[in-house]
Design a protein around this ligand. Structure first.
Ligand code: SAM
Length: 429
């Protein structure tokens, strides 16, 4: 009986193909699609390769499509298998620098019943030409246009540069006083109290020292700012609304304040509980809809990390720019405003609310706070004092004392996610 021999590395490419399909054809987030798309890809290095091929393909999608279209008189359909396979192959050849013979050998079987000769011809032609991956892959047109209007041409160019590579890993320490020890352990830098930025290409998270002991958690530098700006003190009562998977809950719990974490997604709340267990920190976890639930007593502070388009995270999650439908922005903004109104009602007089979104869209950030200040006459902005953050982040402070980070900021230190953060105080009941 004849035995079929699987081409070496084909399993990873099949996985990458299924991942790309999940994002572009089914509109599923890349991380959410991993388990299903990588079924049968058993080796951890193959799984990592599949993820890497798919996520770099999303970063370079515009460039690859231009190249592919330059080789055909009639463009291949946008959603065709042939175009998908070519996109994946170009990433392997020109971003991951894999040997061209391996790229071709693993691309052709993915065509299945499709135009194998055509794909072989296009790929051969492109691989023979003198191509190098741009250091600034273009953003999807809809986002380039939006951000050009909101931030200008120069910032869009800087945002494209920021999107080329996967960013370094950031950690947040449970005990900020141990910073020197962890910087020495990892050969790392720190850009905020308790923040540790690892050198590029660090080992997988579970293999890093301190993970099992819960000495730190993974959290982008910008995502560490909201909990810092709460300024939580021991004895205070604080609600972390929209808490899962819990990065900010951990930051608040580490201060010794009494924390209640609320999220309406029970599955995601399990991650908060796991994270609290691993780090040995405490918070009361409640699965509830913030639009219906109320705390039994008024509290000193609320951190509202509202659900949002997440467009500020496109460096780590390039899929966000291929999933978002700008028509849905109005719906998500309505939820953000409703959650803001609810959360303001939970504050004691003198209580503070930190509003955060990992979005680059002013509708979800600046406009939300401007509208809240009109709707509620009993709230004021409390400007961020530069001493509360590190000097490298001063440019992120807006004229009215809020925070607007862009992935293009602190580029020489490795950038950060895009966030908008505002701090409000309730001056009377
Ligand atoms: N704060 C989290 C962290 O630092 O790990 C990230 C929060 S994520 C941006 C937004 C969260 O809002 C999601 O976990 C989602 O389940 C939750 N959410 C959305 N609508 C909600 C609602 N009506 N009530 C409570 N939670 C909600």
């Amino acid at each position: 009986m004849l035995k079929t021999v699987e081409i070496q590395g084909l399993a990873a490419r099949r996985g990458a193909f299924r991942l790309l399909m999940a994002v572009l054809w089914q509109g599923r987030p890349l991380d959410g699609a991993l388990d299903h798309a990588l079924q049968g890809v058993s080796q951890s290095n193959d799984r990592a390769l599949a993820r890497s091929i798919a996520s770099y393909t999303l970063r370079y999608l515009q460039e690859w499509d231009d190249l592919i279209d330059s080789t055909t008189a009639k463009p291949l359909p946008d959603d065709s298998r042939a175009r998908m396979v070519l996109r994946l192959a170009l990433t392997q050849a020109f971003v991951l620098n894999l040997p061209h013979h391996a790229v071709v050998a693993t691309a052709l079987p993915l065509i299945e019943g499709g135009p194998r000769r055509l794909v072989h011809g296009i790929l051969g032609r492109l691989l023979r030409s003198d191509i190098s991956a741009s250091p600034s892959p273009r953003l999807p047109v809809a986002f380039a246009e939006r951000w050009q209007k909101n931030y200008g041409d120069e910032t869009v160019a800087a945002l494209e540069l920021a999107g080329a590579r996967k960013p370094q890993l950031d950690l947040c320490l449970k005990d900020h006083t141990k910073i020197e020890h962890w910087l020495a352990t990892f050969g790392a830098i720190s850009l905020l109290a308790g923040h540790v930025r690892l050198p590029p290409d660090s080992p997988p998270v579970p293999e890093l020292p301190g993970f099992q002991d819960g000495a730190w958690w993974v959290q982008d530098l910008a995502a560490q700012l909201p909990a810092t700006l709460v300024g939580a003190k021991q004895g205070e009562t604080i609600i972390d609304l929209c808490a899962a998977p819990g990065g900010k809950t951990l930051g608040l719990a580490a201060t010794g304040a009494t924390i209640t974490a609320v999220d309406n997604d029970g599955k995601r709340m399990k991650l908060v509980i796991e994270n609290l267990k691993r780090t040995g920190l405490a918070a009361k976890c409640i699965v509830a809809d913030g639009l219906k639930w109320s705390p039994p007593q008024l509290v000193d502070a609320v951190l509202l990390d509202a659900p949002c388009s997440a467009t500020g995270t496109y460096r780590r999650h390039p899929d966000v720019l291929h999933l978002r439908d700008s028509n849905k922005l109005a719906d998500i903004c309505a939820v953000q405003a409703a959650l803001l109104d609810r959360a303001l009602g939970w504050l004691k007089p003198g209580g503070r609310l930190i509003y955060a979104v990992c979005s680059l869209e002013p509708e979800e950030g600046e406009h939300q706070i401007a509208s809240a200040l009109i709707r509620h006459k009993n709230i004021r902005l409390v400007p961020v004092n530069p001493v509360e953050i590190s000097s490298v982040l001063f440019d992120a402070i807006t004229p009215d004392g809020c925070i607007r980070t862009l992935p293009s900021m602190i580029n020489s230190e490795g950038g950060l996610d895009g966030f908008y953060i505002a701090r409000l105080i309730k001056i009377s009941a």
